[in-house]
Structure formats: structure tokens, C-alpha cells
Design a protein around this ligand. Structure first.
Ligand SMILES: [Zn+2]
Length: 349
């Protein structure tokens, strides 16, 4: 029986003890390593989590009032929130800064708050802020321009036109704004008939020769005969998308025949066969494709000549830089899904 157990003086016993110690040490260091990694990872997660969630309104209130960060830092932070589209956070920061006892940069902060309200679509609040700024500092052109925009977006064109008076006194360029707002006021006047509107918008155009795209877009949509009558032969490229999308019944063949650009444009569209080529690449390709089964169309893209912002739709005032009549139109050839679909539908009948 005694032979069954090893004697502690036996060398084999020492080896077993040695191996057991190695195992215990390895096991302990493995678990210690895992425990440390888990601990470090938890700490890092906890630290990073602070940046995943935005500070609450209360946290912002405490942070801003504690004065640990300078006002400039908060303004920079609010600006980056605005740029990333988090208008709510930017508004909270501006409001908290305005609640501080120090009146440092009050007008500037109010102006920034008004601009964020405008961007976020709180037009009434933006209006109140700009009016408040102008109440104490009436000679602030930036606030006047912003107030004009707010009135325009609110479709209160009468008030917007009134804002032009102090801007004029401050020697700001207002002519384009004035004509644009008068056009808008006229087109949205529910008491005027369509005939009155076309007559008056044309009269305004003849007087100033401004906002040609806006005027002819309205004329071609509502009175194509009158639009053709006043169509200036050199405006083809400026109005290319309007002309391209005119219904066939609105075309004036007498005028089209006399104008190189219009001949090429409507030959490319397939309404007439008056040109065999064009100096414009896209029109030239479309003219060459007329007798082939390929279906192609023109697609238009719009950009602002001032800020270079691109849009898939036509605009009169750039919503990015707010400049008026800075639209340029670019065109390209695309597949004409409309005719392809029509042909496929016909073939099923
Ligand atoms: Zn622009």
C-alpha cells in the first residue's frame, strides 16, 4: 500500500511539484492578463463613451456657466455643430452664452443664433432675433440681409421690400433683390389674374432686363405665344432646359426656323429636321442619333456661378450663398427611359 504513494524524497515527486508550480504560475498569469485587458478595455470604453453622446442641456448649462472653456471655444463648438447639421445643440450653446451675466459679444452671438434658427427652419424665431438686433443696432447690414431672407421665406414680400430701404441707406446693392422680390410678390399675388401677372412681369423685365430665366420660365409655362414674341435669339443656352421641356404644341416654328440654336435644339429633340449637325457636342450626337433606334435625352444640372454649389433643380436664389440669378445650366446625354417604356408598353398591347 505504501508503494502506491510516492515518497516526498522521490525525485519523481519533485518533478510533479515543479510541473504543478509551472502550471499554477502560467494559469495565474493568463487570468491576470485577461483581467487586466478587460479592465483596460472597460476604462477606454467608458472614456470613449463620453464622446459618443452629446452633452445634455443641463450639462451644457453647467459647463458654460463654470467658465472652464472660453466663450470663443464655445462659439467654435456651436459653429461645428451647425456645420454638421446638429442645429439643436448649436442653439442650446448660443442660448446658454446669452444667459451669461457678461454681455461680451452679445450682438454677434444673437446674430449667429438667428442664422441657426433660419437654417433649422424656425423662421419666426429667426425673425424675432434679427428684429431684436436691429432694435438696438439698426445699422447692421448683415442682420438686415438676414431679416430680408426670413421675410422672403415667410412669403412676406411686402415686409422684405421694406427692409430694402435701410439697406439702400447703407449703400448696399439692392437692385437685384428689389426686382426679384417684386417678381415674387407679383407671382404670389392671389388677387391678380394670370394675364395681369404675365403683363406686369414682362413690363418689369422690359424696364430692367434682369432675371431673364425667372421671367421666361413663367412666360413659357403660362403664355408660350407671348414668351416667343419677346424671346431674345441669344438666350437659347441660358433657357435650354425650359426650351427642351416645352410641349410640342407650344413651339413656334416660324421663330425656330430663323434661329440656328433653336433649329439644332429641336432637330436634336426630333420635332423638326432642320439641321444636320451642331457645334454643341450633345446636340450634335442627338441629331446623329435621330435615325437610329437608340433612345437618348438631355439631362440638366444647375450650379451657382458664385459659390459653385450644384443642384438637380433650377433656382432663382442660391440656397447656399443666397445670391440671386447666378444659375448656370449644364446638360448631358442620358438614356430616354420615357420613350423606352412607352415602346415596351406598346409592344405588349
Ligand atoms: Zn451660391
Amino acid at each position: 500500500m505504501n508503494n502506491f504513494f510516492l515518497d516526498f524524497r522521490d525525485p519523481l515527486f519533485s518533478i510533479i511539484i515543479f510541473l504543478a508550480l509551472i502550471f499554477a504560475i502560467t494559469f495565474l498569469s493568463y487570468w491576470w492578463g485577461r483581467y487586466k485587458t478587460k479592465g483596460n478595455s472597460k476604462e477606454l470604453d467608458k472614456f470613449l463613451q463620453q464622446f459618443h453622446a452629446l452633452p445634455t442641456e443641463n450639462e451644457l448649462k453647467i459647463l458654460i456657466s463654470s467658465g472652464e472653456l472660453s466663450q470663443k471655444s464655445w462659439l467654435l463648438l456651436a459653429n461645428s455643430y451647425t456645420k454638421s447639421g446638429d442645429f439643436e445643440k448649436a442653439i442650446e450653446i448660443y442660448l446658454e452664452i446669452l444667459r451669461l451675466p457678461s454681455r461680451h459679444n452679445e450682438k454677434e452671438t444673437m446674430f449667429l443664433l438667428g442664422k441657426v434658427y433660419f437654417k433649422a427652419g424656425f423662421l419666426e424665431r429667426a425673425k424675432q432675433i434679427f428684429l431684436e438686433i436691429l432694435h438696438t443696432a439698426p445699422r447692421t447690414p448683415q442682420a438686415l440681409h438676414s431679416l430680408l431672407l426670413v421675410y422672403e421665406y415667410l412669403r412676406d414680400y411686402k415686409s422684405a421690400l421694406k427692409v430694402l430701404e435701410p439697406l439702400d441707406e447703407l449703400n448696399e446693392a439692392i437692385q437685384k433683390d428689389e426686382i426679384y422680390l417684386k417678381n415674387l410678390a407679383l407671382l404670389h399675388d392671389s388677387e391678380k389674374t394670370q394675364a395681369e401677372k404675365t403683363t406686369e412681369i414682362l413690363a418689369l423685365y422690359k424696364k430692367h432686363h434682369q432675371l431673364k430665366y425667372m421671367v421666361f420660365e413663367y412666360l413659357f409655362a403660362n403664355d408660350p405665344a407671348l414668351a416667343w414674341e419677346h424671346f431674345d435669339g441669344s438666350s437659347g443656352e441660358l433657357l435650354i432646359d425650359i426650351l427642351w421641356n416645352l410641349p410640342p404644341k407650344a413651339l413656334n416654328l416660324a421663330i425656330i426656323t430663323k434661329n440656328d440654336f433653336l433649329r439644332e435644339l429641336y432637330t436634336a429633340r426630333g420635332d423638326v429636321a432642320l439641321s444636320s449637325s451642331s457645334t454643341l457636342f450633345e446636340l450634335d450626337v442627338l441629331i446623329k442619333l435621330q435615325n437610329t433606334p437608340l433612345h437618348a435625352n438631355l439631362s440638366f444640372e444647375y450650379s451657382c456661378s458664385q459659390c459653385k454649389q450644384s443642384y438637380p433643380f433650377a433656382f432663382k436664389r442660391c440656397s447656399h450663398c443666397h445670391a440671386i440669378d447666378t444659375q448656370t445650366v449644364q446638360w448631358s446625354i442620358v438614356k430616354n427611359y420615357h420613350t423606352i417604356f412607352n415602346e415596351e408598353t406598346d409592344s405588349f398591347q
